[in-house]
Every structure is written in C-alpha cells, then in structure tokens.
Design a protein around this ligand. Structure first.
Ligand SMILES: Cc1ncc(COP(=O)(O)O)c(C=O)c1O
Length: 383
C-alpha cells in the first residue's frame, strides 16, 4: 500500500443518510430535475451531432473490436488541428484525468518537487504526490497575484529539484486565464531551468483569449486536453495528452489503457470537433453572459463577492467569509432547493472554507433559479 501523503486522496465521507459517498453522488446523478452547477460540466448543447455519431457507432457494432490503442487517427488529427499544433504528437485517453496521471507517471522522479496552485484541481496534486518527493502548493487566494499562480510566484518557490509546474488555464475553481506575456515567461522559466510545464487546458475554449505554452516552449510542455467541458461530454470520458514526439514516446511506456479508449466515445469526439464551428459561439457566449446574472445577485448581498470577475472558465468562486457563512451550509441549503454547487473544500483545503464554487454552462433560466435561491440563502445563513 502507498503510505499516506499530505496530498493523498482522503476517502470521501458519506453524507448523513447515505452508506457511501458514491451512493450520495448517485442519488444526485439520477435526479433529472437537479440544476447541475457543481461540476463545471456543460448542459447547453441543444444540437445532436455527438449523440447521432455515437448512435451510428453503436449500430455499426464496432464496439465488438478493440480500437487502435492510441486513438483513431481521424480523432488525433482533429485534436491537433483544433490546437493548431499539427507537428505535435498525442494519445487519446479516457478523459483529461487519465492524461494527467500519465504525465505524472512519466515525467516525475522520486527526488522532484512539483509546483501547483492552491486553490486548484486537487486530483492533480494527488497524482503528483504519488511520483514526486514533494508537491509545493502555492497559496494564490489573494489579489496581489490576481488569484493565479504567477511567474514571480513560481520563481520564488522553485529550486534545483523542481521538475514540473502545473498551469491550470483557466483555473478551476477561480477562473483566471493566463496572458500571452505570462505564458511566455513560464516558457522561459521552463527552458532556462530544464523543467516541464503541465498545461491543463480543460477550460480553454471558455476563455476570452487563450495562449498555448506549447507554442513557446514545445520541448518543455505537455498539454492536457478534455472533451468534458466545452464539448459537453463529461460522462463519455474522452481526452488527450499532447506533446513532442520525443516526450510522447516516453509517455507511451507508461500507458495503462493498452487496449484503447472507448470507441463510441471517440466517434462522438470526432463529430464534436467537426461540428464545433456550428455551436461554439452560442455555448461560449451563453456561458459568459450567465455570469452577469450571478454577479447581479451577489452584488445585492453584503459581505459576499465574486473572487475573480469575469471568470474565463465556466465556473467562478463566491467568497462568503464576510457574511460568516460556511460554504458547506450554503451548498446544503441550495441542494435542498434543487441546485447543486460545490463548497470550496473540494478545491482547496486551506481556503475552501471561504468560498462556494458555481458553474454556469446551464440554461439562463436555471442560473436565475440559482440567483434567487442564493440571495435568500445569504439572508438565512448569515451569522
Ligand atoms: C482542471 C481540470 N482538469 C481535468 C479535469 C478532468 O477532466 P476529464 O473529465 O476530461 O477527466 C477537470 C474536471 O473538472 C478539471 O477541472
């Protein structure tokens, strides 16, 4: 058994009335009426491109065979084209999560340390902690750094054993994206110090502007790609890991899904990319505008504020500390009124008692329900 580490994943506690955390989560999952603002998923796709492609794939019974282990070449080409990184190499994975694990397993050595943002997406730290000596979680919950892991913070915290810098861009949960200058600075740090940037671009397409580190430090960047968010395919579990041929040849030695990734998912992903021009503006604009509904509601309540506004992702964090409200009480209150959100502890042990995370790639009517319930909740829960 792996010894328990600081960033080790704690067993999820079962909420009251449930045997396991999985049972609780399943009850939410199966509740068709629940407003799903707790997972940064996307519920705005009205068209059926992906669904129809997957039905066609099921009907062809292609699922009887194992697909090519690293992914269908049409899908691989489309992902590289989407990123405009046609000279690079990749493997298709069962979501960004698997891709993240491959990164850590291949890139890290037992003496390395890893620099990551706190708040951040904690499973990344957990994976890193399985292969590196130390994960340095850098506190970024402050205005001075713009609620982002900045190049200056990285320089202050790195040393000769730093092997990897984790850039979640835009950041889950606070929604900050990097400017071109910041990405260039990270690229320089990586090249000068011979270390890797892990560029997790899961929320890239929600961002007003976005810059790929792979364009500035191709040899030092590994890019993690997901179909879960902008494409609205979270339950289908498909993603990719992109880097140079040399890096990917090394990653190939640690692949676990030796028999490939779900082929139905891959056919869906192909159609998702091909149809992107048909829906991207609608999904992106609706998501972005939904923030305004949340902002207006938050602005009406004393003692609470949106940590970073506007967010460049499809989620944002609302700081509740000025109203003395525990985010767990807030998420429980909202859940009892049919709105699923996430308390901050899900993305930061240190700062999680301050904020609630809310995602908003849902129909504007649903965001309005959230907004009304949130205002009532602040009145009821304020201490
Ligand atoms: C930053 C980040 N990376 C990766 C993932 C997981 O993506 P996937 O569903 O493709 O595994 C998430 C999911 O919320 C995320 O927030």
């Amino acid at each position: 058994m792996i010894p328990k580490k600081e960033h080790g994943k704690k067993l999820r506690k079962a909420p009251k009335g449930f045997k396991t955390a999985n049972d609780f989560f399943e009850e939410l999952f199966l509740d068709k009426d629940l407003i799903w603002m707790g997972q940064n998923t996307n519920h705005l796709h009205d068209e059926n491109f992906v669904r129809d492609a997957m039905i066609k794939a099921v009907e062809s019974k292609d699922y009887c065979k194992y697909p090519p282990p690293e992914g269908l070449s049409e899908l691989k080409e489309l992902v590289l084209k989407d990123l405009d990184l046609e000279d690079m190499d990749l493997v298709i994975t069962a979501g960004a999560t698997t891709a993240l694990y491959y990164c850590m397993s291949d890139l890290l050595s037992p003496n390395d340390n890893v620099i990551s943002p706190d708040p951040g997406y904690l499973i990344i730290d957990n994976f890193a902690s399985r292969f590196a000596k130390e994960v340095k979680s850098i506190p970024i919950y402050n205005e001075e750094c713009g609620y982002k892991l900045t190049p200056d913070l990285v320089k202050e915290n790195m040393d000769e054993n730093t092997g990897l810098i984790i850039l979640i861009d835009p950041l889950n949960p606070l929604g900050g994206a990097y400017t071109e200058d910041e990405i260039k600075e990270f690229a320089k740090i990586a090249k000068d110090n011979d270390l890797f940037l892990l560029h997790d671009i899961t929320y890239r397409d929600f961002s007003r502007k976005h810059y790929l580190a792979a364009n500035y430090a191709p040899e030092n960047t590994i890019t993690v790609y997901s179909f879960s968010k902008i494409f609205g395919m979270a339950g289908i579990r498909v993603g990719a890991l992109v880097s140079t041929h040399e890096v990917m040849n090394s990653v190939r030695q640690v692949l676990i899904d030796d028999l490939g990734t779900n082929v139905i998912a891959q056919y869906g992903a192909i159609e998702a990319l091909k149809s992107k021009p048909d829906w991207i503006d609608y999904v992106k604009d609706t998501t972005f505008n939904n923030q305004k509904i949340i902002k207006d509601a938050v602005d009406e309540c004393d003692g609470v504020f949106i940590v970073r506004y506007p967010s460049d992702a499809n989620m944002l964090a609302i700081d509740l500390s000025g109203a003395n409200i525990n985010p767990k009480d807030m998420s429980k209150y909202l859940l009892e009124r049919n709105v699923f959100t996430r308390e901050g502890q899900y993305t930061s042990k240190k700062f999680g008692d301050k904020y609630l995370r809310v995602s908003f790639s849902v129909p504007p009517e649903d965001v309005k329900v959230f907004a009304d319930e949130f205002k009532k909740a602040v009145k009821v829960l304020r201490k």
